[in-house]
Design a protein around this ligand. Structure first.
Ligand SMILES: [Zn+2]
Length: 149
């Protein structure tokens, strides 16, 4: 085998610990490891990682992608606006929910936005951009993404 695929990630055989790791581990990798551990908050690296993950998800429609987002327990997305140019997606119960609020309108769900971007760019066969516009940790009521098609 040369490289792993997303399907490989679903092959599990752990007798005692099963298929889950705690949210605090995911958060620690995301926020302390990537965001605080890399220069510039890991901006470029996080984007590269997220896009790569998105490209590898077995999804073919926006609906399947949003379903996968929830299945992976990143958060519960809902489309709040949609036209031919853009889609606004709000995310409830995002992985960042409950974290202490950060200063300076800081937002932390960039990897998750990049996952959407990677999946959508592949799906639509043209460059789609996803921008995080709201985040729980900056005091907003939910996390939100603006998808430019
Ligand atoms: Zn967020």
């Amino acid at each position: 085998m040369l490289e792993y695929t997303f399907e490989d990630m679903r092959k599990m055989n752990r007798d005692k610990l099963g298929n889950m790791v705690p949210l605090e581990l995911f958060r620690t990798i995301r926020l302390i490891g990537l965001n605080q551990g890399l220069p510039m908050g890991g901006k470029g690296t996080t984007l590269t990682i997220g896009r790569k993950i998105g490209e590898n998800l077995p999804v073919h429609t926006v609906e399947e992608l949003l379903q996968m987002f929830e299945e992976l327990r990143i958060g519960i997305p809902r489309v709040i606006e949609r036209n031919e140019h853009k889609i606004i997606v709000a995310v409830d119960d995002c992985f960042c929910k409950g974290l202490p609020t950060l200063e300076d309108e800081k937002m932390v769900c960039d990897l998750e936005g990049a996952i959407l971007e990677g999946a959508l760019t592949k799906m639509m066969k043209r460059r789609v951009t996803v921008k995080e516009t709201k985040c729980n940790v900056s005091g907003h009521e939910h996390c939100e993404y603006e998808i430019k098609l």
